[in-house]
Design a protein around this ligand. Structure first.
Ligand code: HEC
Length: 259
């Protein structure tokens, strides 16, 4: 009887603790961070990344649960863009998190961080992110004006935007200045080519639906091919110019993020 009571009490104790942690997270973090899993449309309207997204990125960046926990505790008290593990363009969109020093004690944070690492990201969120990433990849491929869409030819300019302010990448102000020029030139050249490609491709499709002789669109195909060669040259030039600005260490840091 006595033993049963103790077991029951300790079970009660651990559910109470879990409830405490959830309540603490709600009290201290939910004014900004959505704690439930956001759906795709909610994701677009948040004022801070949803907790699912936050912990998803923390876990991508830090392998061990202790390191994940330590990162959360430190970031909440001393947030800094160079420490951030979220994508730099997203952090820029939301603005860096204000320090919660004074709003939450270190002990409370330890409890919260423990709970977050155990509970987040929720399974359905992780599945949604995977699907969004897979769709993005397919869209990038169907939308690509390049002749070569090899995983070994990264879109460096896109990668850089996501890691722009990270301390681990360590871009200097001079590097940033040069990279911005390369980015701007690349994007505008590719955009121009894409705008020319679209009507030509539409014309080919229409001709075939109208049952025209394929030989009638041969000149269009030549034009399309030439434009894609131009776009590919822009892409290769971007890779060559970007890697000339970056150090070997910086390139080695970035490339694993390109899959
Ligand atoms: C006043 C609003 C606000 C509150 C309160 C708040 N956060 Fe944040 N938090 C943000 C914003 C905005 C970001 C995104 C920008 C950034 O990463 O700095 C963020 C980002 C984060 C990140 C990601 C850091 C990274 O790598 O970029 C963590 C971890 C985090 N918050 C944890 C917490 C926890 C835990 C709490 C509760 C104790 C909390 N936050 C309370 C606004 C808030």
């Amino acid at each position: 009887m006595m033993k049963q009571t103790i077991v029951l009490l300790s079970m009660l104790g651990s559910t109470l603790l879990a409830n405490d942690a959830a309540a603490l997270a709600k009290a201290k973090c939910a004014t900004c961070h959505m704690l439930e899993s956001p759906n795709f449309f909610q994701l677009q309207k948040l004022k801070a990344p949803a907790m699912d997204a936050v912990v998803f990125h923390v876990k991508l960046a830090k392998e061990k649960p202790e390191a994940q926990k330590a990162f959360i505790v430190d970031y909440v008290l001393n947030p800094d863009v160079s420490k951030s593990v979220c994508e730099s363009n997203k952090v820029a969109k939301f603005g860096v998190m204000p320090s919660q020093k004074g709003n939450v004690t270190k002990a409370e944070l330890e409890t919260i961080a423990d709970y977050l690492v155990k509970t987040y990201p929720h399974k359905d969120f992780a599945a949604m992110i995977k699907e969004v990433q897979a769709n993005d990849k397919i869209r990038a491929l169907t939308d690509s004006p390049f002749l070569i869409n090899s995983d070994r030819l990264p879109h460096l300019t896109k990668l850089l935007v996501k890691h722009w302010d990270k301390g681990a990448l360590g871009l200097t102000p001079e590097q940033k200045k040069k990279l911005l020029v390369i980015r701007k030139e690349t994007l505008s050249a590719v955009k121009k080519i894409k705008m020319q490609l679209k009507p030509l491709e539409d014309e080919v499709a229409e001709a075939m639906i109208d049952r025209e002789d394929p030989s009638s669109v041969a000149p269009l195909l030549e034009k399309i091919a030439k434009l894609k060669i131009e776009a590919t040259k822009v892409h290769l030039k971007c890779i060559s110019q970007t890697t000339a600005v970056l150090s070997d260490e910086q390139i080695a840091y970035l490339l694993p993020f390109w899959e």
